[in-house]
Design a protein around this ligand. Sequence first.
Ligand code: GLA
Length: 374
Amino acid sequence: MGWNSWNHFASTVSDAVIRGQADAMVSSGMRDAGYIYVNVDDTWEGERDSKGVLHPNAKFPDMKALADYVHGKGLKLGIYSSPGPKTCAGYEGSYGHEEQDAKTYADWGIDYLKYDLCGLRPLMAKAPSKAAAHQMMLEAYRRMHAALRKTGRPIVYSLCQYGKDDVWKWGASVGGNLWRTTEDISDSYLSMAGIGFGQIDLARYAGPGHWNDPDMLEVGNGGMNEDEYRTHMSLWALLAAPLLAGNDLSAMTPATTALLTNREVIAIDQDRSGIQGERVWVEGALEAWVKPLADHSKAVGFFNRADKTATAEAQVPLAKLGLQGPVHAHDVWKNKDLGVLPETVRVTIPAHGVALMIIRPGPAPHTQGSPPQA
Ligand code: GLA
């Protein structure tokens, strides 16, 4: 969990922006909710010196001082590079300098690297065959993983190659802790829903230490309404996806803060079993997704994907959710106990919205951990 500069700041990211976001991460309560990584995305890179050592550009006067600042707040600092000669935005990549760059990151105190394929693609296009191009990509990812390991500093390794060549099947074998499964998200319901609901059949590839990454959050960036952002958060939590906020943390509305810091939603995402949820039921535009949790309860999201403004009512037999009565439920976003559920669950779901529940076996009401009264 953390934050990344790209979705909101893109090429305007700077030392001042990162310090401001780190400050806001703490003052907004995001850090205490579990958001720890502050990740600088593309456009920080400057020139290499005569020894080949990479320096940041003028926007980042002193990366080590920045890392110290971020660490001083109980947060971690992430950075971005490419296995190619250039990054997506045309800045200096790590091609041929992997060990040197990994050492530079470690010396600065970097804790996370997003390694974005982009610049290697022109070289892959010159490979004699598709298989050779694929091997070239794997080697490039392995090379940086080995370089990071050699530094002795624990650095989270995030693969970004847009889900090509079934990365979920080999991402862990090249050292990836997470890998993007899709093209870039944008701040619209169409983009978010296309990506989120498209994560079917990938659950078995994710688990502790090696996660599918359906891209960073757009919550709070303004292109979706509250129901749509609630769908975004709920779906990412059910998918056990990395939660990397992508908005301006220093200018959040209370509604955005509430969406990003809901403790129950975060607990679903971060559940220690690390099981990615799956779609279990579809009827027209309505879908139910289920994520089994470590305490034998299940997180269940009922979604209304219909492209009209009307709310919809879903009627889902418990058996379709893999449940057998009696069960009782808690509505997560409404923070409301629903008591024992009937054999067919009825839920009302706003357009593009969600009803998110924790469903537990047994007839006892949900107590939210409070001890029984004597
Ligand atoms: C690619 C990645 C994005 C972002 C940009 C930066 O498009 O997928 O997440 O890192 O590059 O240039």
